[in-house]
Design a protein around this ligand. Structure first.
Ligand code: ADP
Ligand code: MG
Length: 546
């Protein structure tokens, strides 16, 4: 039958399309990157299905992306031989938002005023809709890879609704025709398209043919020899896999044969989107076996606290037909996870020495992830702790020390590492906790985040030295300073009267009031009877987040 069904877009999609259609944009050519990356994804899925599943329709159809420009009818057509879509999939994938990031994306867009930066659209799983930046009508012809089934045509002007019609049977895959807006006619020109592909899609792992001429070199960069790869190749590859528009902050490319055969290319992005309130970052490292995608953006191949990384892990030893379920408890995956994580932490530690400025930038933007790991990941805790950095009473503001720096210059008779928590350097330094340390010339680490105290509380010691919070009641810093008692000191009787009076006034707010040996200039200080206040601060932090 050729009945036309008209369906409404989900509300969120309507709002998104409204922004896409009615805003001014910077870089609207990124729509092409999004559509090409969808075509490549669809072929990657097909390739995987072909290797592991039942025989697909049109099994000999070549895996290529064809892009055709027509300057007379002002259309741009993108064709792939990927998995295609069934009617249900069309409705599901191109009419609703399944991804959780969309809300954050709206927030990001609305904050931008009139000049919209839609560059991040792909990272939020709604890249397809960027087609409506340049087209006032999009027609999609698609045929799923299942042997049984029909071909469908999807069409929309991006305003409110779309139609689905059953069409004549066609070859497996998807063809998208963009009817360009008048101000976007430029995208029906071959030179424009070639330029944009070169800029954004050089590393698509399938041939891209523009008007039947091949325009990209197909390369799995991570399997190449490091000496054959230019910085620029790495950067372009990063932009491709991360849907990014800027260069990465750090990269690690390593290959090993033992204990596992691994080819890995990992990138730390320039920015930490979680820091900007974009919600939780989704994992971004994909798992391959001999260049075949096994799991895109795998949540299992690296620990959760490395979710900010982008890249590829390829291991020949993985069985191709490993399923999501068996992956969960695959000993091989956990070994891979462990090996790559250790290697990455070693790399970071090396960066701290080799490129201190870069490492500092990394630390400023991504420290929370490292701390998250140090707090929960016992497998890598030791290596993570090495990376922790703090300000201290010995540093200038903004200058950082590691625990190794601290222990390296500890006095011989100092038996513990001391730290004090506070919201800022100013608050810590004007508070009473530091006095006794200052007086004795002992360095104190400043922890500004509750999680720092949590970590210290959890590990308790470092290289045989106890970690002690400066607000602990029973600080033992060696000899008591009887000699410091000044002439105007209170008599024992006066002290006893004063403490009893204070206890009475403060009542159940305190467990004890004692004469202090630690204060130099301040009249009083509040201390914790339970060792440190860190647990309390952790609870406060968590309550605030709820
Ligand atoms: P994302 O690619 O992040 O999932 P998009 O908005 O770009 O988000 O695409 C939405 C979905 O539409 C894809 O996940 C995929 O299921 C489907 N899709 C888009 N383009 C194609 C295509 N060329 N072939 C098959 N499926 C596609
Ligand atoms: Mg996409």
């Amino acid at each position: 039958s050729t009945a036309v069904e008209t369906k409404e877009f989900q509300t969120e999609i309507r709002q998104l399309l409204d922004i896409v259609i009615h805003s001014l944009y910077t870089d609207r050519e990124i729509f092409l990157r999004e559509l090409i990356s969808n075509a490549a994804d669809a072929m990657e899925k097909l390739r995987y299905t072909q290797l592991t599943g039942p025989e697909v329709k049109d099994k000999d159809a070549v895996l290529e992306i064809h892009i055709d420009t027509d300057d007379n009818s002002h259309t741009l057509t993108i064709t792939d031989t990927g998995i295609g879509m069934t009617k249900e999939e069309l409705v599901e994938n191109l009419g609703t938002i399944a991804h959780s990031g969309s809300k954050e994306f709206f927030k990001h867009l609305s904050a931008k005023g009139d000049q919209k930066d839609l560059n991040l659209i792909g990272q939020f799983g709604v890249g397809f809709y960027s087609a409506f930046m340049v087209a006032d009508k999009v027609t999609i012809y698609t045929r799923s890879y299942h042997q049984e089934g029909e071909s469908f045509t999807w069409e929309s002007d991006g305003v409110g609704s779309y139609t689905i019609t059953e069409g004549e049977d066609r070859v497996r895959g998807t063809k998208m025709v963009l009817h360009l807006k008048e101000d976007a006619y430029d995208f029906a020109k071959e030179e424009t398209i070639k330029r944009v592909i070169k800029q954004y899609s050089s590393f698509v792992p399938y041939p891209i043919m523009v008007n039947e001429q091949k325009v990209n070199t197909v390369d799995a960069l991570w399997t190449k020899n490091k000496s054959e790869i230019l910085d620029n190749d790495y950067n372009e590859f990063y932009k491709f896999i991360a849907n990014a528009h800027d260069e990465p902050l750090l990269r690690l490319h390593f290959s090993s044969d033992a204990p596992l055969n691994i080819n890995t290319l990992l990138f730390v992005p320039k920015e930490n989107l979680e820091q900007f309130g974009f919600g939780r970052t989704e994992p971004g490292v994909s798992l391959y076996c001999k260049k075949v995608l096994i799991q895109e953006k795998s949540p299992l191949v690296l620990p959760e606290w490395l979710r900010f990384l982008r890249g590829v892990i390829d291991s020949e030893e993985l069985p191709l037909n490993i399923s999501r379920e068996t992956m969960q408890d695959s000993a091989l995956i956990s070994k891979l996870n462990k090996v790559v994580t250790s290697r990455f932490l070693k790399f970071l530690d090396g960066q701290a020495t080799a490129e201190p400025e870069k490492f500092k930038e990394f630390w400023e933007k991504f420290n929370f992830f490292i701390k998250e790991g140090a707090a929960n990941d016992y497998t890598h805790q030791k290596d993570l702790i090495k990376l922790l950095r703090f300000e201290s009473s010995n540093t200038e503001a903004g200058e950082l020390v590691s625990l190794a720096d601290y222990t390296g210059r500890m006095k011989d008779d100092q038996s513990a590492i001391y730290y004090v928590n506070g919201p800022s350097r100013e608050v810590i330094e004007s508070g009473p906790y530091l006095e006794v340390f200052r007086n004795k010339g002992i360095e104190v680490i400043y922890t500004y985040a509750a999680i720092d105290d949590y970590i210290f509380g959890a590990i308790r010691e470092h290289e045989g030295k106890r970690l002690i919070s400066a607000d602990e009641a029973d600080l033992n810093l060696g000899d008591t300073e009887e000699q410091d008692r000044r002439e105007e000191a209170l008599s024992e009787e006066e002290v006893s009267n004063l403490t009893s009076w204070l206890k009475e006034v403060l009542g159940s707010k305190v467990t004890d009031v004692r004469e202090s040996k630690r204060l130099v200039d301040s009249p009083a200080v509040v201390l914790s009877p339970y060792g440190t206040n860190s647990m309390q601060r952790m609870m406060q932090m968590m309550n605030k987040d709820l």
